[in-house]
Design a binder for this molecule. Structure first.
Ligand SMILES: Cc1cc2nc3c(=O)[nH]c(=O)nc-3n(C[C@H](O)[C@H](O)[C@H](O)COP(=O)(O)OP(=O)(O)OC[C@H]3O[C@@H](n4cnc5c(N)ncnc54)[C@H](O)[C@@H]3O)c2cc1C
Length: 438
């Protein structure tokens, strides 16, 4: 039992917890990371794209590491805008082909865990934190589901000076720590469903126009979600692709669709069907994405406790950023803890520096922008229905050779725009989005 006293206990072995652990291990602080999965990444699911700049903060030699924890570089990125009838592709070849990589969490998280272990972080997999040890409001450690000793089935208590909550979106312990103002509702989270699909040999490259060593990351908007607010995605892995949808739980609940029905419907879109032909589903999974933003942000520190990553809701769904924000927040929490050990003070007086650091970072700035955008974008049904249809119809007209004067075609296009959204409607939408971004 004597050995079970740690400087820091980290709950959760996702990117946030592991980044905090790596930062602490580099500083020689004795930390234990507790992960309920069989190994770090075993229980996790994401799209997913990881961003080199953030990973390099932890592992400077990334991506030049063996064995590689990533699938393909993202060399091409953009949007597919789909209407019920067609598809418009808005893609760009990235300037820096090594800025982002596709990955699976099983390999990526366990790579970070291996790296952390070598630095001296202790990791306890297959262990669930059931509760927090408290003395008044002060957090003093955790209680895990392992029996104390042979013949003593009571759960084990692990004392620590500081507990870092990196438990992901469900934030059970964050609530137990008394850091949450209100529980999240169905309108605060998106439900993402995803399949990993194995295509016949060579099909991935041939169907998506990729050479070896090239990769694609595409967000899909419009009829793919039956015009409900949300997006789809296609990310190419080494030998398979990830395909999925993310929609607000509240919209899903009100719709007639079950998530897997929507996914099937999406795969059968007339302009995507060919991509999945003869594909074999290797994996199917679902996960929540925290989208409560600033409104649902918990207090990020207390006496002896810090909250990082998805537990805090640090996700930018518009730009599909989450792992990088989790990594930066884990590092910031780690640096604050190092300061706390230097001062010998683990109270909120010292730990509040973490929230201050976060508020000064781009993460907080982006949460402010998102709050404004959420109102105009995520709930604007025109974005998911009217604009994709309009875009496809106008582009189809523009590029058609119909044996009639182009001036007539242009007039038809203007009439279409006027009827479907109206110029004032479009200008109004642009002003709202522009104001939110400025
Ligand atoms: C479908 C989908 C697609 C996404 N795509 C992208 C993308 O392309 N790019 C991107 O950057 N981000 C993406 N994200 C977001 C990104 O995955 C998250 O923001 C990021 O993983 C958050 O990291 P985290 O460490 O905070 O939480 P998690 O990754 O959720 O890790 C939490 C960990 O805590 C463990 N845990 C929970 N409770 C306990 C407990 N009581 N005891 C012990 N262990 C516990 C869990 O098992 C888990 O390992 C996506 C998310 C989803 C769902």
């Amino acid at each position: 039992m004597e050995e079970l006293k740690f400087d820091v206990v980290i709950v959760g072995g996702g990117p946030a917890g592991l980044s905090c652990g790596i930062t602490l291990a580099k500083a020689g602080i004795r930390a234990l990371l507790i992960e309920r999965g069989r190994f770090c990444g075993a229980k996790n699911l994401f799209g997913g794209v990881v961003y080199t700049k953030s990973v390099k903060e932890l592992v400077p030699e990334f991506p030049n590491v063996e064995p590689s924890p990533v699938e393909r570089p993202v060399t091409e990125e953009g949007y597919y805008i789909v209407s019920s009838e067609g598809l418009v592709k808005l893609l760009h070849r990235k300037k820096d082909p090594h800025e982002a990589f596709t990955a699976t969490r099983a390999r990526f998280d366990s790579f970070l865990a291996e790296y952390a272990l070598k630095l001296g972080l202790e990791i306890a997999p297959k262990t669930k934190v059931l509760d927090l040890l408290k003395e008044g409001q002060r957090i003093k450690g955790v209680i895990v589901d392992r029996p104390r000793a042979f013949g003593d089935p009571r759960p084990t208590e692990i004392p620590a000076n500081i507990v870092v909550i990196a438990e992901g979106v469900n934030r059970v312990l964050t609530e137990k720590a008394g850091l949450i103002g209100r529980p999240f509702g169905a309108e605060d989270v998106a439900l993402a469903v995803k399949e990993i699909i194995q295509l016949p040999k060579g099909a991935l490259e041939a169907r998506l126009g990729l050479a070896e060593g090239q990769g694609l990351a595409v967000e899909i908007i419009g009829d793919i979600t039956a015009c409900l607010p949300g997006t789809g995605f296609i990310y190419t892995n080494r030998n398979h692709l990830s395909f999925g949808l993310g929609l607000f739980l509240s919209n899903l609940r009100e719709s007639a669709f079950k998530p897997y029905e929507l996914l099937e419907r999406a795969k059968n879109h007339p302009h995507l069907r060919e991509l999945f032909k003869d594909g074999e589903i290797l994996e199917y999974g679902a996960h929540l994405i925290p989208e409560w933003g600033l409104e649902g942000l918990p207090r990020l520190y207390g006496d002896g406790v810090l909250v990082v990553g998805d537990s805090a809701g640090l996700v930018n769904p518009l730009f599909r950023e989450g792992t990088n924000l989790a990594i930066y927040s884990g590092i910031m929490a780690g640096k604050t803890i190092i300061e706390a050990f230097e001062k010998g003070d683990f109270s909120s007086r010292t730990l509040k520096a973490y929230e201050a650091q976060l508020r000064e970072s781009f993460i907080y700035q982006d949460l402010i922008t998102l709050k404004k955008l959420k109102k105009h974008l995520f709930t604007n049904i025109h974005l998911f229905k009217t604009y994709p249809e309009l875009l496809y119809d106008t582009i189809s007209l523009f590029f058609s050779a119909q044996g009639r004067p182009k001036r007539e075609v242009m007039r038809e296009i203007f009439e279409l725009i006027r009827k479907k959204r109206g110029f004032l409607g479009i200008v109004g939408d642009l002003i709202k989005v522009g104001r939110a971004l400025w």
